[in-house]
Ligand binder design. Structure first.
Ligand code: NAD
Length: 366
């Protein structure tokens, strides 16, 4: 066995109902005195809970999905003008993304309090969108110094969004099995992430106030992000990156829709990854997992993901989010330029067009 692995340095504090206490303790530990809170207008309710025990110098609510450059410039200016020495971001991946955009040019440290399962809080990846093109990069300056998980802040995340966001996290795990820097450490993290998500999401689906489901999904989301940060973007992320950045598709729903098609595309060429994935989904579903006798590793992994998605009423078709047949050629051309050489199945213009066509229509992946 031979591999190279980097573990990113960050503190994680996990505890339901403890966000305010944890934010206060971490603020003191970091010696910060001038705090900027980034949270969208909607997320401000959660931010007020999380920052209840500290003084906030600047509330910034101008958050837009995929971080348009103008929003990043505005937030950076506001932070600089107010001599901010710590950002506390409270919200989904869009909010974390704006905090990272500020940290990228100012070096101001971040405490992240995530309220979805997007996982941006555990990666050193930033993203900015300019003229319909989303650019991403990796820089340790944007890695939050501390992540504070409080499942109580996620209780109001609607079931549909919880499922889409949770499947976004599951996609981090699946893609990290064949991404450019895939290795046995992030594969182990990804497998435990899949198990936790496959256990937690059905609990949330049947009762969104189930705190065990919320905690399990949040734990799985963290593992998924650590695996993704280490392994890098595989084909699935490159596809979703194009769909989000160029066609302004909603992030979590796009990931949730595209994932089974990428799995069906890659699994026959990656039987070990497929077996690992099947075992993890089975472990998460527990006694209710279907038997599925006689399938090979690839077909079993696809069938189990389909089963999980059916139980969750997961997003099904890109057409539901505004993607059209006319968009396919432009998307294919961009995806072919970005597809990683590590992908187990060789990509071609026709097989990517076929994948997108199936995801557009929502036909059952097999
Ligand atoms: P989002 O942050 O846009 O949130 C979606 C919606 O959920 C928003 O309207 C938000 O206000 C609402 N919301 C958030 N928390 C809530 C809660 N607890 N209860 C009710 N509503 C809540 O979407 P997202 O999927 O979390 O993040 C998507 C963004 O994150 C994209 O821009 C994506 O590129 C980025 N991202 C980046 C990385 C990375 O490593 N850099 C990883 C994953 C995602």
């Amino acid at each position: 066995m031979q591999f190279e692995h980097t573990t990113l340095g960050q503190r994680v504090l996990f505890g339901t109902g403890l966000a305010a206490e944890h934010v206060a303790a971490e603020t003191a530990r970091l010696g910060a005195t001038n705090i900027m809170c980034i949270a969208s207008e909607f997320e401000r309710e959660f931010a007020q809970i999380a920052l209840a025990q500290v003084q906030v110098a600047l509330w910034h609510t101008d958050v837009v999905q995929h971080v348009p450059i103008a929003n990043a410039v505005g937030a950076r200016q506001a932070a600089t003008d107010a001599h901010i020495d710590l950002i506390v971001c409270v919200g989904g991946g869009s909010t974390t993304g704006l905090a990272k955009a500020v940290a990228l040019t100012t070096g101001i440290p971040i405490i992240a309090v995530p309220t979805t399962y997007a996982g941006s809080e555990a990666t050193n990846v930033w993203g900015l969108t300019e003229e319909a093109t989303k650019t991403t990069g990796a820089d340790d300056k944007v890695l939050p110094a501390t992540v504070i998980y409080d499942a109580a802040l996620t209780l109001g995340l609607p079931v549909g969004l919880s499922v889409a966001s949770g499947l976004n996290a599951l996609a981090h795990c699946v893609d990290s099995l064949w991404a450019p820097r895939a290795d046995p450490i992030n594969a182990a993290l990804a497998a435990e992430g899949v198990r936790a998500l496959a256990q937690g999401l059905p609990l949330i689906h049947s009762d969104p106030t189930d705190i065990t489901g919320r905690e399990t999904a949040l734990y799985g989301a963290y593992l998924s992000a650590v695996a993704f940060a280490s392994a890098g973007s595989g084909l699935h992320h490159k596809i979703c990156h194009v769909l989000g950045g160029t066609f302004n598709m909603p992030h979590a729903e796009t990931h949730a829709t595209v994932l089974p098609y990428v799995l069906a595309f890659n699994a026959p060429s990656a039987p070990e990854a497929a077996s690992r994935l099947s075992a993890a989904i089975r472990a998460g579903l527990g006694a209710s997992a279907p038997a599925l006798d006689g399938l090979d590793a690839a077909a079993e992994a696809v069938a189990l993901l389909n089963e999980l998605r059916t139980r969750l009423d997961a997003p099904r078709a890109l057409a539901d989010y505004g993607f059209t047949t006319a968009d396919i050629p432009e998307a294919v051309s961009r995806i072919l330029k970005a597809a990683p050489a590590s992908n187990p199945t060789a990509v071609t213009e026709s097989n990517i067009a076929e994948l997108l066509g199936a995801a557009l229509a929502g036909t059952t992946p097999a």
